[in-house]
Design a protein around this ligand. Sequence first.
Ligand code: AHR
Length: 623
Amino acid sequence: MQLVRGKYCIISLLIFVIAMLGGCQRQERQVSQDQVKFVIGVSQANLIEPWRIIMNEEIREEAAKHSDVRIVFTDAVQNSEKQVRDVGELLQQGIDLLIISPNDSVALTPVVAQAYKKIPVIVLDRAVEGYDYTLYIGPDNKSIGREAGKYISELLNKTGGNVVEIQGPSGVPSLQERSAGFREVIGKYANISIIDTIVADWQRDKAEDKMTELLDQYPKIDVVFAHSDYMALGAYKAAKKKGLTGIKFVGIDGFSGPNGGLQLVEDGVLQGTFTCLTGGREAIQYALDILNHEKGLPKKIIPRSNKITLANVLEYVKSTNEVKKNNPTSNRRIVLGFSQLGAESDWRRANSQSIKTAAREADIELIFLEGDQRQETQIRDIRSFIAQGVDVIAFSPVIESGWTEVLEEAKAAGIPVVLSDRAIKSNDASLYASFIGSDFVEEGRRAARWLVGQKKDTQQQNIVEIEGTFDSAPALDRKKGFAEIISNYPENRVIYSASGDFTEAGGQEIMKSALALYGNKIDVVYAHNDDMALGAIKAIEEYGLRPGKDILIVSVDATEAAFKAMLAGKLNCTVECTPLLGPQLMQAVKTLMMGRQLPMRIITSEGVFPAETARKDHVNRKY
Ligand code: AHR
């Protein structure tokens, strides 16, 4: 308590100093010192953007639910140097956790990494480079842009038409992504043209002024797509002043309240909007989980964006306002149907166990069906869940493509679906409620970074890549991430690659073939999982070479068996891919059953384990 009291005094002083400098807003002053348990510093990039004002508002509201939490806000006024100083000052004052929404990703990366060495850090909206933070929450801007593009192409598809795009400040990468996604879709329609672009810096009045000029210039504008509802409103006002009624306005954000996008859609000002959560509320919820040392917390959260039009606005408002009151499952156990793709690896067995244990602990009735690495089996199992009328379906899709039909059946039956571990390829994000799993591309990059870090010279390295199941998300993504890094080091060449189907026998087989062709010319094996690396180890030994010495081996998963191989000197590095997804899945199922929406993607937190530290790292392993 002494510490907390001391901390409160320092923070009070900080609040005072920053308030005097006019750079911060702060929470209530009248607080008993004894109540303060956690002090959270919030470094905001600016308070010019309405979106950020709402982010701070959400943070304040959510924190106010906890009497022992205090928030200290700073405003960098769009200046990265100031934001670096703000973070330094917050750290000096002894905050327990930092929430930062960076002004500039590159400029803020070092100070975020520095903060992360001392306390947990949650990054909002604009990501920093690398992975030196505790949790990132931010939108998928490209996909929001694409969705907006799809909607506007539906509006104009038959007749064709002219579109004006209104952007935020130029040069912000996340906004460039939004625009790129939009243009990628619109570009497919020869009869739709983007005739001009306005840069209105998030300001309604600026959008209004510039739109007024444009209306004089172009006699025919059919749709205005603005990167925020607020700017869309400005453009609408310009058209209204000129008595023009035929233009359709589409925005992004979908906030509630007067002049929020939802109201504007309801009033017919906007034709549609795409929700873009700030993550402020969620940041506080996760901050408390982090500070209370909850286990299994994610590394990245990508919120879902919803298309809101007159057709669904009231329903959407209702669903966000109230947690299902007449929850049909409130008096009985939730039933979850889980289709596991198989039992091909140690990873998979640990994953199945994690799901079963977590369901038991969460008191969820689990119908668990295990496939045989064949899509037909999984589709049959999912159909059986639909027929039984389970509350939620979750599954780990063996391959990426070919799920649309069965997922449409689940949607028609009103059963939400959660993708666990592996993603699917689909243009329709409404077919599933969320994806919970790893960033497989990053795992591939990590394996490659480890490899290039081993090099002392630029001598050629011949690599054998043992791939996972054909068309599966981990195989495609791990290959992609690895290639992305390796391409910068031309001396590293993949001379042979083939699928070992994620099994030990498969890995052994592929390695045998590679050795038959290339023998002792092979320098490195990169296996998409540990089981295949273990198979490769057997093949290398049979061939008379020393795995881990004559041939370096890096693989993915970080299973118990991989650690044993590292301790025996036969495997050089394993990149973590956690199978312990059960608790997060059960949490997601409960959230769905309360009528709440899940993030689009929940990405787990993972590390890299080289053989050199295997003995120490092994102690804390759980699978
Ligand atoms: O989808 C995850 C992958 O599937 C694991 O890395 C692999 O071991 C498993 O078979």
